[in-house]
Design a protein around this ligand. Sequence first.
Ligand code: ZN
Length: 135
Amino acid sequence: MIKKIEHLGIAVNNIEASIKVFETLLGTNCYKIEEVASEFVKTAFLQIGESKIELLEATHSESPIAKFLEKKGRGIHHIAFDTTNLEEEIERLSKEGFELIHKSPKDGADGKIIAFLHPKSTDGILIELCQDKIM
Ligand code: ZN
């Protein structure tokens, strides 16, 4: 089941500068900076209530974030939905005809397992499904 919007992912050119912008905007401090080596991204998280903002900076020219910035420029990169059971959601959405970038859960940032849906099948919006990693 999809529970809520977990976070919005925003592609940025300079994560240090963007952290300052969003800290000032939201009146709260970034609580985590984390590099996801497999995706060539550096992430930073800010929390407001139940929702989070994830800032994403490319760490390599082959990073999906570098490609996104090249094509579309800065801005909202993806919407992440929290799920109660990621594997079940992957199976359900795949049966419904959605195109999955990841057909099984993989490690994401901020203690989550994740899977992305291709924007081709979701009206042009990159969708991330996530679930808390069981520690
Ligand atoms: Zn995300």
